[in-house]
Design a protein around this ligand. Structure first.
Ligand code: AMP
Length: 431
């Protein structure tokens, strides 16, 4: 009898579209999404970085902080044959920061650069309880802008994050933003939270009781009903901000308003990691259910110093690719696998479509010719299952007029289009 082979818990396979029960696991959708992410990042002037899949454990312990969930219970840590402690990366910022320090030279070197705009798209590993939208191996697209201190750069990064959602056709997304103030403000606030919560410690959930000493800000993230009640009346970050930090955040909010970027100020948004200060933000999609966060990030001006380096201001964010694709498959304008599906309504018309397909492919787009003679309705269904946004239909009448009916499968609109205008007429695959 053959033995059962199974992938490790919390992982998934990315498969050809025809096998996938769930469209977000299709390799075509992954490629499409990755292409768009590269493109959008490059448009904002970011360069790609790829770092090792594992790093020294110490990097994450020092950078993410020992009290975070990631370090305290989620890392895949192992000793290699030389007894070095290594960890599969649970997040992307630390590897990027390490690579900048290691490869970027010292201030004063001829190749030293003060500013870096980098992005990555890589697998991450966290030992979490698997559920929809939460895996043990998942993928993040993240950006890190190092050397940028001005408050305006926070707005630029938020704008980039929103542009990513827009380019992927994810419309149902809310930007939540908050400030944690400077590290001094944060320390003051941490103390105030501890003072407020300690007398009620017995009422807190078990997890929050553990967080109270080391990482009380995380209690604000808790979804436990007994914690929520206490949190409602907890002191807010805002009350503990210095005038300078308050003004910084006010300017950011004003610029968001001027740019007509919809946002919600969420005073309880703190993000899990120890290294954030000032602006923190999250992009949330209601269509995702319990794991509603598509991505998030914030400013981490203290991280370089925490790692024993010269201080450098920095800001970044990370999106979960799985969640982006789950949101895309639910939203309008979902990603498509084929640019143009060509249907001929007679033998001669099918042959004629081959010429058009050649033109389309020559222009760098994908085309599939429907070669099996069948009713139009069936052919359109086939176009749909190939994920085609556009369909070119030709019968004898169109052949005579040297054109095709060009159908937009999303808007369900159709119009006549001369053959020589087809390539320039249908929408770009990646915007
Ligand atoms: P974080 O690094 O925890 O701030 O997470 C940033 C984004 O990565 C989240 O908003 C999710 O989209 C994604 N993410 C984090 N953890 C997981 C996970 N275990 N499985 C899938 N996606 C995740």
């Amino acid at each position: 009898m053959s033995q059962r082979l199974a992938r490790p818990k919390g992982t998934f396979d990315i498969l050809p579209e025809s096998w996938c029960g769930e469209p977000w696991k299709s390799s075509a959708l992954w490629r499409y999404t990755e292409q768009i992410l590269h493109r959008v990042a490059e448009r904002f002037g970011f360069d790609e970085i790829r770092t090792p899949i594992f790093e020294s454990t110490d990097l994450f312990q020092r950078g993410v902080g020992p009290s975070s969930d990631i370090v305290s219970k989620e890392m895949y840590t192992f000793g290699d044959r030389s007894q070095r402690s290594l960890t599969l990366r649970p997040e992307g910022t630390l590897g990027a920061v390490r690579a900048i320090v290691e490869n970027g030279g010292e201030a004063g070197d001829p190749n030293y650069r003060n500013e870096h705009r980098l992005y990555y798209m890589e697998s991450m590993f966290r030992y979490e309880r698997p559920q929809a939208g939460r895996y043990r191996q998942f993928h993040q697209f993240g950006v890190e802008a190092v050397g940028l201190k001005a408050w305006q750069s926070d707005v630029e990064i938020v704008d980039l994050a929103l542009n990513i959602c827009k380019s992927l056709g994810i419309e149902d997304v809310q930007l939540q933003i908050n400030t944690l103030g400077s590290s001094e403000d944060r320390l003051r606030y941490k103390g105030a939270l501890q003072d407020y919560l300690t007398p009620h410690k017995g009422l807190l959930s078990e997890v929050s009781q553990r967080r109270l000493r080391e990482n009380p800000l995380r209690i604000l993230d808790s979804k436990e009903p007994q914690d929520r009640e206490l949190i409602l009346n907890a002191p807010t970050v805002e009350d503990h901000l210095s005038a300078v930090s308050k003004e910084r955040f006010a300017k950011i909010v004003q610029l968001l308003q001027r740019l007509a970027i919809p946002h919600v100020i969420n005073p309880q948004l703190v993000r899990g990691l120890d290294y954030y200060s000032h602006t923190v933000f999250e992009l949330v999609s209601a269509s995702l259910g319990a794991q509603s966060s598509l991505g998030g990030g914030g400013r981490y001006d203290d991280l370089f110093e925490m790692l024993g380096q010269k201080a450098r201001p920095a800001i970044g964010f990370g999106f979960g690719l799985e969640r982006l694709m789950q949101a895309m498959q639910k939203g309008a304008g979902a990603a498509k696998g084929c640019d143009l599906y060509l249907i001929g309504l007679s033998d001669e018309a099918i042959c004629a479509q081959f010429f058009l397909a050649q033109q389309v492919r020559g222009a760098g787009r994908s085309a599939i010719v429907h070669t099996e003679s069948s009713k139009l309705q069936k052919a359109l269904q086939a176009a749909n299952s190939c994920g085609a946004r556009w369909v070119a239909i030709a019968g004898d009448q169109e052949l005579r007029k040297e054109g095709v009916q060009l159908r937009d499968m999303v808007l369900r609109k159709e119009r006549f289009c001369p053959i020589d205008q087809v390539v320039s007429s249908f929408g770009l695959r990646c915007d």
